[in-house]
Ligand binder design. Structure first.
Ligand code: SAH
Length: 278
């Protein structure tokens, strides 16, 4: 039994959300139990919650019933214009004296454009706080029993975006040869739409076709699915199984730990991957 007094003390130590402030918080990968206490304190006090599409409904339901919810999903085709609109909206709410919780999936600073929003707030003199969240790339690996680092296997891990990795005009914006030569696991966010091109680029850059690869879709949510494959087979397997988004893709030898663990203890699959029902 945990110490109720210590827990109360911790909860009491949560900061007060002052009117006119913006808290930019990570909501974690999906499961509300993976929120931080800071994010929870933000939800408990916010007047306005401005959230992305990836923030789970069960997380949003933790906000005060009277809090206003504002959806600020990305409109494809004009991300930059929309980003400026979101920042302007945050400033407007804060200027009006609201306690504004800007809630983003995962960590706000990992492919979340959090830096741009904070910069806009700072430029307008709006007081803010940034609250880290568990990023989907790392939580997804852990949920799939794939270690982000494993002694003797890797000394680094790359977090990369698959979106724009190969531009629409065919120009590469990631150095695929350097990534392949690094020989360290690469975790791709936003990669599903271009997975065939990405895998092809890494193969062409010299990464062996039998390099282990995995996809973790809807990590930490009840509908989580994991696919283990190889770099050469990955795109075909994803298509064949119809795996959807959100999903992270990991390419690297640490993926093999999953099969080793499951072979040792098959029932682990159910126990470890059993997810809480809402
Ligand atoms: N800031 C977020 C990432 C935003 S980019 C973070 O730190 O996690 C959006 C991408 O995140 C998606 O395309 C997907 O690749 C990944 N993602 C987010 N939630 C996910 C989830 N529950 N399972 C798998 N991937 C997820």
């Amino acid at each position: 039994m945990m110490s109720a007094a210590a827990l109360e003390g911790l909860l009491r130590s949560m900061p007060t959300f002052h009117p006119g402030q913006v808290w930019l918080a990570g909501a974690g990968p999906g499961d509300p139990a993976l929120l931080t206490l800071y994010a929870l304190a933000g939800l408990a006090q916010a007047d306005v919650v401005v959230h992305d599409a990836l923030v789970d409904e069960h997380t949003l339901n933790l906000a005060r019933p009277e809090a206003r919810r504002v959806f600020a999903g990305k409109r494809s085709g004009q991300p930059s214009a929309h980003q400026a609109e979101i920042s302007a909206q945050l400033i407007k709410f804060a200027d009006a004296g609201a306690r504004v919780l800007r809630l983003k999936g995962g960590d706000p600073y990992v492919f979340g454009r959090g830096a741009e929003e904070v910069l806009a707030l700072a430029q307008h003199g709006v007081p803010f706080r940034v609250i880290p969240g568990i990023t989907a790339g790392l939580a997804g690996l852990t949920m799939a029993l794939v270690p982000a680092t494993e002694r003797g296997v890797n000394k680094a891990i790359v977090l990369a975006t698959g979106h724009g990795g190969i531009d629409a005009d065919g120009v590469d914006s990631l150095d695929w040869v350097a990534l392949a030569r690094l020989g360290q696991p690469i975790v791709f966010y936003m990669a599903m739409a271009r997975i065939r091109d990405i895998a092809g680029a890494l193969l062409a850059a010299g990464l062996p076709g039998n390099t282990a690869a995995a996809v973790v879709a809807s990590a930490t949510l009840p509908e989580q699915r994991v696919l283990v494959s190889s770099l050469a087979q990955l795109a075909d397997e994803i298509a064949r199984r119809g795996i959807g988004t959100p999903a992270i893709v990991v390419i690297g030898e640490t993926v093999r730990m999953r099969a080793r663990l499951l072979a040792l203890l098959p029932q682990l699959a159910e126990e470890c991957l059993a997810l809480r029902q809402f």
